[in-house]
Design a protein around this ligand. Structure first.
Ligand SMILES: Nc1ncnc2c1ncn2[C@@H]1O[C@H](COP(=O)(O)OP(=O)(O)O)[C@@H](O)[C@H]1O
Ligand SMILES: [Mg+2]
Length: 366
């Protein structure tokens, strides 16, 4: 239990079953290094690739493969009357630790898609970042686009197809998709880090791209490909979110693919993005509007495609748990906007506690 009442006990959760497991470990390392140990008691909770929950003083190093050490298998209780982390010892569950706030530093499925947030809501704990709805809508590229359209936020034209349609009626799918005009981008609806995303210039690469994306999801989004610059804005806050200066990504490849994000190491970031002031202002306004539209909280990175020819821009996606290493776009944008990395973490924790207090005001019985 919380031994030192002047410090906040923060549970850092990382890893997980998603394809972005390693990305999460990198983000968590930076967060851990920046947490002020005079303010926080940190409890490390690692989730393995298989979904096993583990704790230990060096859990992050163990999951990263940098250290070999036994970790303690634990269960995170969803029961608010039996709060906290339980160790499994001799088939008994023993209370191990409680905490004041949880920071889930997990990207993609089972971390950023509302499932983790659902558990944290059930457990009735304060946690950093987006809630269930914002996470789920932000994760699903198909539903997200519909919500943007309903809010008159500009998005690229797209068609949503099901894996079953790809498998059983490929010709009809291709006919429908070709109305968008080549090139097209094919993407699994619920993924991140560009996994399963391909750019297709003709019919044969399109059918390959559809089959590839169908390996990662049962719903696939196909969009018209824009010859675009990629501009990103960091948003921070609960009911009154603020937008950072915009940054630009210069991908090392034809588009910002997985390799270009994590393998090459030569994709560049430009902060602030060299774009017209008017465009920057319009984007910042729309970033906040989109953030509110899907009911985000804490933080999100809002990504745009800026058409190189027309100068028009489209909102591409919202990442509700963006990459969080010190050299990631989200923290760098805040750093450039006057909020350095450790202060950003403090602010996110404050926002988590503030939102929990808001939630506690809700009348549960009638
Ligand atoms: N409609 C599009 N036009 C041009 N490029 C696109 C389009 N959609 C995606 N891309 C490219 O693919 C990358 C990954 O797509 P994105 O929708 O951001 O998925 P993820 O969630 O995997 O990051 C983008 O950063 C961009 O480089
Ligand atoms: Mg993206």
């Amino acid at each position: 239990m919380n031994t030192n009442s002047s410090k906040l006990k923060l549970a850092l959760i990382f890893g997980g079953r998603s394809g972005e497991h390693e990305v999460s470990l990198n983000s968590a390392k930076s967060v851990l290094a920046a947490l002020d140990m005079d303010k926080y008691d940190v409890l490390q909770i690692g989730i393995t690739h298989d979904g096993a929950w583990m704790t230990g003083e060096n859990a992050l190093d163990v999951l990263s493969g940098e250290l070999q050490e036994e970790l303690e298998p634990v269960i995170f209780s969803p029961d608010p009357t039996q709060k906290g982390l339980y160790a499994i010892r001799n088939t008994q569950h023993e209370p191990l630790s409680d905490f004041d706030v949880v920071f889930p530093v997990m990207h993609g499925t089972y971390g950023e898609d509302g499932t983790m947030q659902g558990l944290l809501e059930l457990a009735d704990v304060a946690y950093v970042g987006v809630g269930v709805t914002g996470a789920a809508v932000g994760m699903d590229k198909g539903i997200f686009k519909d919500v943007m359209l309903a809010n008159n936020i500009p998005v690229v034209d797209g068609v949503l197809v099901l894996r079953a349609e790809i498998e059983n009626e490929m010709d009809a799918v291709i006919e429908e998709v070709e109305k968008l005009g080549y090139p097209v981008f094919v993407k699994p609806a619920n993924m991140g880090s560009s996994v399963g995303v391909s750019k297709c210039d003709n019919r044969s690469s399109l059918s390959e791209g559809l089959l590839e994306a169908a390996q990662y999801d049962r719903r696939i989004l196909v969009e018209h490909g824009v010859n675009a610059r990629e501009i990103e804005i960091a948003v921070l806050g609960n009911d009154n979110p603020e937008a950072s200066v915009p940054g630009e990504v210069k991908p090392s490849r034809e588009f910002y693919s997985y390799e270009s994000k994590y393998v090459d190491g030569t994709s560049g970031l430009m902060i602030p993005a060299p774009i017209p002031e008017k465009t920057a202002e319009a984007m910042r306004k729309i970033a906040v509007q989109a953030y509110k539209a899907i009911d985000c909280a804490g933080m999100a990175r809002v990504d745009f495609l800026l058409d190189k020819e027309s100068g028009e821009f489209y909102l591409n996606e919202v990442n509700t748990i963006p990459g969080f290493t010190e050299i990631s776009m989200y923290p760098k944008l805040w750093d450039a906007s006057g909020l350095p990395y450790p202060k950003l973490i403090d602010r996110l924790v404050e926002l988590a506690l503030e939102r929990k207090a808001e939630r506690d005001r809700i009348k549960r019985r009638y």
